[in-house]
Write a protein that binds this ligand. Sequence first.
Ligand SMILES: Nc1ncnc2c1ncn2[C@@H]1O[C@H](COP(=O)(O)OP(=O)(O)OP(=O)(O)O)[C@@H](O)[C@H]1O
Ligand SMILES: [Mg+2]
Length: 261
Amino acid sequence: MTLNPSSARAFAERPALMLRAEDVRKTFTLHGQGGIGIEALAGVSLDVERGECVVLVGPSGAGKSTFLRCLYGNYLASGGTIAIRDDALPQQHLAITGAEPHDVLRLRRNVVGYVSQFLRVIPRVSTLDIVAAPLVARGVDEDEAREQAAQLLARLNVPQRLWPLAPATFSGGEQQRVNIARGLIAQHRVLLLDEPTASLDAENRAVVAQLIVEARERGAAIVGVFHDEDTRERVATRVLTLAAPRAPIGLQAGMETHAVA
Ligand SMILES: Nc1ncnc2c1ncn2[C@@H]1O[C@H](COP(=O)(O)OP(=O)(O)OP(=O)(O)O)[C@@H](O)[C@H]1O
Ligand SMILES: [Mg+2]
């Protein structure tokens, strides 16, 4: 799907515009369960500029994570369009709804970072290398990348004795801090954060909030979900409320209905 002409122009006319989502819809079809359709997003629109941090709020199941995954190109939206600024292209944006996989991968390397609640552990790779990897992928010298990784891990209070180890055996909070370091190290211009502080104590939550504020102040455009009010208040420049989910659609007569959590 390409953008409508006025949205395509917006990326040329508004240099601060980093991300535009228009009427994004997502329905999941549960094929194994009678083809029930779950409407997770019912038309979400959002512009995000440099230096903004838009915090998504809404009840569990409102589609916050789904929206972030659509923005990252993990889920293909069922309707609507999503575009992200991409200076590598003549039109200065990539419509990720309908983009070629190699364009999406380039955008992830250079522009868009995503931090989820859980670290995807890579067996046998050291913590230091896991955190340094996004810089190395961009061609930064390995020693320089490891040096930056070390600085970030130290700021996040990950003990130095853990840096040579693979994080598979780390505690939930340690893994989460490794994940945040990996997500923030490359200073992406667009950051998508899905509850990056869920397993952290108050002290480490404050460190992460500070790192997010620093990213925002250097001009990153951020969309995030934060479970605690404290972090929300520290990082948010704007709040977008997603509505509670609707009842399942496409139910056949005689089928039992049940709440959608
Ligand atoms: N891969 C999937 N397949 C089927 N349904 C899904 C899938 N991912 C999400 N859903 C459904 O979409 C709806 C929105 O889920 P989502 O995880 O986006 O909510 P959320 O707002 O992030 O909730 P929470 O605050 O609990 O994290 C839910 O009803 C969920 O069951
Ligand atoms: Mg979620």
